[in-house]
Ligand binder design. Structure first.
Ligand code: AMP
Length: 143
């Protein structure tokens, strides 16, 4: 089971903002789309960073409300860990758990092709485990 199967189900739309967008506008987008992170891209659409609601909370705690007018570039995480569509779901779970983050952008030849969250991964794992349990039940009842 691969990341591709998750994207096939949830879609490949990714919400992005430019590096010079203000933190206030990023917050509005997080609320409007009911999401937890926004991917930050440069003018060529290349991934420059990731801004999570956690980054904003931390920056607010450290810098106060003045940071709301800063650009997202000052508060995002720059070293973004990504995965590819052919990666196994079990492997990306481990990456998220070790890295202590809940989101992984999916790239293909450095091009953004999707984003998966820990919620998507857990949902897919549950579907697989339920299917396996169902198959075992059918097998046992047939013997
Ligand atoms: P999250 O749990 O995904 O809301 O993010 C927690 C922290 O990890 C924040 O500082 C994010 O900017 C950062 N983060 C989230 N996803 C990634 C990722 N794929 N690669 C690197 N850092 C990330």
């Amino acid at each position: 089971m691969t990341v591709r199967s998750i994207l096939d189900e949830k879609g490949r739309n990714v919400i992005t903002l430019g590096v010079s967008t203000s933190v206030t506008d990023a917050l509005k987008l997080l609320e409007e789309k009911a999401i937890g992170v926004i991917l930050i891209t440069n003018s060529e659409g290349r991934l420059e960073g990731i801004l999570s609601e956690r980054d904003i909370v931390r920056s607010l705690a450290r810098g106060g409300t003045g940071i709301l007018s800063d650009s997202v570039a000052s508060h995002m995480t720059r070293n973004v860990v990504t995965c590819s569509q052919s990666d196994a779901v079990i492997g990306v779970m481990e990456v998220m758990s070790k890295g202590r983050f809940r989101h992984l952008p999916v790239t293909d030849n450095s091009k953004l092709v999707g984003l998966i969250s820990i919620g998507d991964v857990v949902k897919r794992r549950l579907q697989v485990v339920e299917k396996e349990a169902e198959d075992i039940r059918s097998y046992i009842s047939a013997i």
